[in-house]
Design a protein around this ligand. Sequence first.
Ligand code: BGC
Length: 756
Amino acid sequence: MDIEKIMQNMTLEDKARAVEGFSWWWTQEYPELEVPKIQVSDGPHGLRKMYTNPETNEGGTITAVCFPAACATACSFDTELLEQMGHTLGKECQAEDVGVILGPAVNIKRSPLCGRNFEYISEDPYVAGKLASAIIRGVQAENVGTSIKHFAANNQEFERMYGSSEVDERTLREIYFPAFEMAVKEADPWTFMCSYNRVNGTYSSENPWLLNDVLRKEWGYKGMVMSDWGAVSDRVAGVAAGLDLEMPGSNGVNIQRICKAVQEGTLSEEALDTAVRNVLHLVERFIENRKEETFDRARDHDVAVAIAGECIVLLKNETVNEAKVLPLAKEEKVALIGGFAENPRYQGGGSSHIESYKVVSALSVAQDYGTFTYNRGFSDTLDKYEEELQKEAVEAAMAADKVVVFAGLPDLFESEGYDREHMQLPACQNQLISELVKTGKPVVVVLHNGSPVEMPWADDVAGIVEAYLGGEGVGEAVMDVLYGKVNPSGKLAESLPIKLSDNPSYLNFPGKNKKVDYAEGVFVGYRYYDTRQMQVRFPFGHGLSYTEFRYSNLRVSRESFTASEGVTVSVDVTNIGDRSGKEVVQLYVADRTGSAIRPVHELKGFVKLSLEPGETKTAQFTLDSRAFSWYDTEQGDWYAANGSYILEVGRSSRQIEYSKEVRIIGSREKPPVITPDVQLGDLLASPYTREFTLERLKPYMDKFQSNQSETEEMVEAVVRFMPLRSLRSFQYMTNEEVEAICEDLKKHVEEQMKQM
Ligand code: BGC
């Protein structure tokens, strides 16, 4: 496509039309200019391609394969696996003529209550960024676009189309942006989808700081930005702010507005041209490298089953009668209980909902694994106590060797469009589990949920298997794990708090008066629980295996280094059990420099190793300057202070096996910001200003000493928290003198900085 030529032949109205969707799922077409339309489709974990039957004019959705939702795939901590899933999705898109699949969704799980957490990856931006990048690379290798969403700070459903997420810049940069930023730098998503909400008062769809300054200028993004469906408020402002494509379109209203604004000079034609160019470039990317593919649903279903097996997290596995309760043995009599064994909850509601090709329940395949009975025990759609069901279940449990309860959240409990109101399972399920525990039989709970639930019975049951929403093959994958055909290797990509009020956003979720204050700042998830040393039900990164791993020999390439040099960290991991398994080795960095208030540690690397019994492999991590930095809004940049950092290698955020201290050297010290308010202590602490201050303020400092006959150290301690201007009050410095000292200090700092 010759985009520039096409644009020369477009009228103003053609251009204004190009920047909005043609109906729900298509871009515009210009047959006379040989520009075809292309189709986009949800996403993220399967194809929700919609169509209209030309004969009946009725809409429908194609049948597709439902892969595990992001809450589950995140637990794989496996970038290769997710890249493979991306390839599969990309091929399906090619087969179905879909140019962009709308996902992945990388919003941070700020509260367990967000109704859409099931679609989001993690509470940790590094995990979200790495895994999203892997999916994007996979899809786009098939020459199909992705749309990373929802940019930005869209962490709840309550008032999602109007509310303002009030987030300080450091928190945005450290928690809510990095997954997007990493994806731009590591995977170059063809498109971005802006969020519905406002960020600090301005809609994302018309936020020039977000879309132009941060995304394009700072991160260097060259792709196209589309709106979330219906996220546009002021379209003209949106074009100027860098929103290229409005979806699903405005019924022409905004075409006229854009034309008028350009004609009247309130919108530059250049801004409109940029948007049109980005849309055309997207079309070009897709149509110029089409691939021949077929959508083989049976094949892809098997892929979905295999992926689900890699995502399941074994949370608890106690020893009962001298053996671990799991895996189950073929000859054991197992009572399967709970409606989710028959009708698994395997995906969430809303725009990601797939018309699934084939759903496999645990019950439907159970005969291939062992000896079992089945009882519903409770209703899987409602929170309704049914005495008869419970009674039958308890009787079945009494007659069995072991009990496996399939519990979870019914559809109604969590969905796009609204948030949960509490973190509990339906009461009837909790009650049944307690009754089953009373039988004295070992009870294993399998959970189907998109977001954490309270587990009041956690200490009483022998095993807990977190399946999340594992896609259409979840039943088979769960049975594979229960019976040990698959050795579980998933790890939690979010913390499971004991109760909702433990969560750091608790006091400020979901906000009031169309505003939600992210008052917990960077202390999200384990960054909060671990810093506060709080008990959690299960920590971030936790997950057991049927084998055991031993860590040894933590080493670093150098012990002191500049931030730009970075460091390589290695640790050996040995499978000391008797079956093959996979371990997710995690690397956390703890800043001990004291240069900012920071979480006690943050995840900066993970590696998934597959190990045969007796085998040892080395997990290697490369840490760059970002791994040590925090975002300093005063300097408008990332900053890794000189000093000590602890590198921690472990199995979860709470199970650190080894740690090692390293030092950063050679970082530019931050000069104090010079105003009359600067504290004398800061001037004395900084190498840029110490000598100058001692000399210039000597007469005033001396007065403190003689007045109260203190030592020089005491004087420094006394003046530490005094602003420069306070010398006016305490030592009769004139205002002119204060200002003159400020000016001289500023010049001095500038000169020093040039020399460093
Ligand atoms: C959702 C998006 C989705 C879009 C199209 C919106 O309501 O927020 O994630 O891609 O609809 O279905």
